[in-house]
Design a protein around this ligand. Structure first.
Ligand code: GYE
Length: 311
């Protein structure tokens, strides 16, 4: 029986896997695209994907992980809505010998509590956005308003840090207001409206830095409703490179975005396949690239290339 089992195990590299995916929700176009691509890749690879939408709540993610552990899934994908509070449930997954792969956001738990993390260098993304503004205003005074991502999430923390690092030493650029828009269009619009009101109509707001394109798209609406020209009166720089930011760029209403690939699942499934086949340990962090796009980079063409990817 031993030989039979080992033969079965050896040929079962492609054995059907059940993988639990705790997704944050669908707060942005980017998140929707990540979900679409993850489902597609699971399908292509014959993976039985158990999908749980947490509606932005950490307690729902923790519940989902406990349910996956109880089901005895082969592996877990987790896009952690915030960076803290994961130790106990990740310990439970480790106890159950279920590998966890983080997608697009990080946790502050120790690295031995997850197999690997797939994501971008979030600090670098903020720095690319900040450097673009430094180069664009070229020494002229510029008051910036900032729409932060979800409070306590690693992208909100790191993208703020990166942007501030880039503008350090350029005293002409000042962040005058900064508040979370929770990565959504609706909140982005609401908070931008409050910024415009607080700044007496927004006449002295030179630029908006939004931690994602969806908040920027919402803010663009607010800027227009205030009678100002987004992309001209108020420069707009954000992150994700979703189709609708390219649509805004093509209309001259947005200026720059830093690309974040929504395909985090590909590298995650590859790392899991290798690990589950023969114990190959992946790097602890599998980094995806961050590319700057501006109005000079054929925004209409970029929109066309992305519009059918499930955003
Ligand atoms: O930028 C945003 C999504 O976690 C880096 O989450 C990701 C961010 C992304 O809501 O659109």
């Amino acid at each position: 029986a031993g030989v039979l089992v080992s033969l079965t195990m050896m040929t079962s590299g492609a054995m059907a896997q059940t993988i639990g995916f705790s997704q944050i929700g669908s707060e942005s176009g980017w998140r929707a695209a990540e979900t679409t691509l993850t489902r597609q890749q699971a399908e292509e690879r014959g993976i039985d994907l158990k999908f749980a939408d947490a509606q932005q709540k950490q307690e729902n993610q923790i519940k989902a992980l406990r349910s996956f552990i109880a089901q005895g899934v082969d592996a877990i994908l987790l896009a952690p809505v915030v960076a803290t509070g994961w130790d106990s449930v990740l310990e439970e997954a480790k106890e159950a010998e279920i590998p966890v792969v983080l997608l697009d956001r990080m946790v502050d738990s120790s690295k031995d509590l997850y197999l690997t993390a797939v994501g971008s260098d979030l600090v670098h993304e903020g720095a690319v956005a900040g450097q673009w503004l430094v180069d664009t205003v070229a020494g002229k005074p510029c008051n910036v308003v900032e729409l932060q991502g979800t409070t306590g999430s690693s992208p909100a923390i790191d993208r703020k840090t990166g942007f501030e690092n880039a503008i350090k030493g350029h005293d002409n650029i000042k962040i005058t207001r900064s508040q979370t828009g929770d990565f959504t269009r609706t909140k982005g619009k609401e908070v931008m409206e409050s910024f415009l009101k607080a700044e007496g109509g927004g006449g002295d707001i030179c630029a908006l830095y939004a931690h994602n394109d969806d908040m920027a798209v919402g803010a663009i609406q607010a800027i227009k409703e205030a009678g100002l020209k987004p992309g001209e009166d108020i420069l707009v720089v954000s992150i994700d490179a979703v189709p609708d930011i390219f649509k805004a760029m093509a209309a001259g209403e947005a200026n720059a975005t830093v690309e974040l690939t929504p395909n985090m699942a590909g590298p995650a499934f590859d790392a899991l396949a290798a690990y589950m086949k023969d114990g190959t340990m992946p790097e602890k962090f599998i980094q995806t690239e961050s590319k700057l796009y501006t109005q000079a980079d054929d925004p209409q063409g970029e929109y066309d290339r992305r519009k059918d990817l499930g955003y």
